[in-house]
Design a protein around this ligand. Structure first.
Ligand code: FAD
Ligand code: DHB
Length: 392
């Protein structure tokens, strides 16, 4: 098989890249380890930054999001039973968010790929990258008992945190930055109306988050210890614990329902530098992970894809390779900004098992300051909204 760009991974990063390259007349093949059904059914992100929304609009992928997504202007923070305050991102920085599930984006991207009869390979085993530091890179995989090799000009590693692409970069070149947090999030999805706003809670029992997917679908999370077993968490126990972490008025407004998904996600910050080596370019979770506090992961995957597709288009349309050479540095500037914001919000809103009385007081006074200071709220709004995309 031959193509211009071989894309490893059919998650949101890989599928959006393939779509944008197609708009520029650039051919690609996407190779995915899992089945299409599996990829489509994963329940993950749900909050889209303005830059992500604008990208989906620009490439004709936003029709369903316009109908079903729920625009909102910021987030509420509440702690230890006090009255909540609202970080008004729309008022402070003129940007909005849209609540629209990653599951729906994934469906929309697959539907667009079907319309253009894209070449997608699912269920590919033993995917391997070859010759990334030559000008004839290849991707091989096994499917239906046969080994196939794709010859290409470039490889895009969009295969998530556990993929193979990042590991193809020599250890002598790759620098890793990592922070693992001593807790996870237990999340549920329920077909009931959400609270009107996204509400983050810091409580002595631990962090909680009320979020949404649509006017009839809510998503809630609670901080749990890392050794938590999902079997120990009946729906009843979850609702009781969630409500205990919100003040009485908000707890009373939460509409309980059956869980249609329940899962535990550990929290981690991770960045791999550089995000490219030879003819291989990493995008999305393949290169970086943020803890979900702040809802940045999917949005970063899309900003990487913006920079990478722009660089590849420039290469094919004008022969220029400077944007490809600068891809890693450009993408990393936005990545580190969101890594820092997600780390800050994680520290601000969670209860750490090893916290000292001193740490606890400074966290409380940070929240007090945020609640009372207009300029602190503007600064947080700017960070939470995400940096604008660089134009040059
Ligand atoms: P992935 O979605 O991981 O896709 C990678 C693909 O590559 C997968 O389909 C995988 O099967 C495939 N693959 C892996 N290995 C191989 C291989 N060897 N060969 C071929 N294919 C392979 N982000 C937000 O922006 N907002 C949120 O609100 C938010 N909430 C979240 C809540 C939770 C509970 C979690 C877990 C994450 C959340 N995120 C959020 C993060 C977001 O889901 C991810 O950042 C996003 O999925 C990254 O997309 P990706 O395409 O880079 O990687
Ligand atoms: C979700 C929403 C958030 O605001 C966040 O920080 C993490 C996850 C969600 O809806 O899944």
């Amino acid at each position: 098989m031959k193509t211009q760009v071989a894309i490893v991974g059919a998650g949101p990063a890989g599928m959006l890249l393939s779509e944008i390259l197609h708009h520029h007349g650039i051919d690609s093949i996407v190779v995915e380890r899992q089945t299409r059904q599996y990829v489509q059914s994963r329940i993950r992100a749900g909050v889209l930054e303005q830059t992500t929304v604008d990208m989906l609009r620009q490439y004709g992928l936003a029709d369903r999001m316009e109908r079903e997504g729920h625009a909102h202007d910021g987030m509420k923070i509440v702690w230890a039973g006090r009255s909540s305050f609202f970080i008004d991102v729309r008022q402070h920085v003129g940007k909005r968010f849209v609540a629209y599930g990653q599951t729906s984006i994934q469906e929309d991207l697959f539907a667009a790929a079907d319309r253009r009869q894209a070449r997608l390979v699912f269920g590919a085993a033993n995917v391997a990258l070859h010759g990334i530091d030559t000008d004839r890179p290849r991707v091989s995989f096994e499917a239906d008992g046969q080994t196939t090799t794709i010859e290409c000009d470039y490889i895009a590693g969009c295969d998530g945190f556990h993929g193979v692409s990042r590991k193809a970069i020599p250890a002598t070149v790759l620098k890793e930055f990592e922070k693992v947090y001593p807790f996870g999030w237990l999340g549920i999805l329920t077909p009931r109306p959400p609270l009107p706003d996204i509400v983050y809670a810091n409580h002595p029992r631990g962090f909680a988050l009320a979020s949404m997917r649509s006017p009839t679908m809510s998503r809630y999370y609670i901080q749990v210890p890392l050794d938590t077993r999902i079997e120990d968490w009946s729906d009843e126990r979850f609702w009781e614990e969630l409500k205990a972490r919100y003040p009485a008025d908000l707890a009373a407004a939460i509409v309980e329902g059956p869980s249609i998904e329940k899962s535990i996600a550990p929290l981690r910050s991770y960045v791999a530098e550089p995000m490219s080596h030879g003819r291989l370019f990493l995008a999305g979770d393949a290169a970086h992970i943020v803890p979900p506090t702040g809802a940045k992961g999917l949005n970063l995957a899309f900003s990487d894809v913006h920079y990478l597709s722009r660089a590849l288009a420039s290469r094919y349309e004008t022969g220029r390779s400077d944007l490809l050479e600068r891809y890693s540095d450009t993408a990393l500037r936005r990545v580190w900004h969101s890594v820092r914001t997600s780390w800050y919000l994680t520290n601000l809103l969670h209860r750490f098992p090893s916290t000292t009385a001193f740490d606890q007081r400074t966290q409380e006074y940070e929240l007090e300051f945020l609640k009372s200071s207009h300029s602190a709220q503007v600064a947080l709004a700017e960070q939470y909204a995400g940096l604008p995309l660089e134009q040059t």
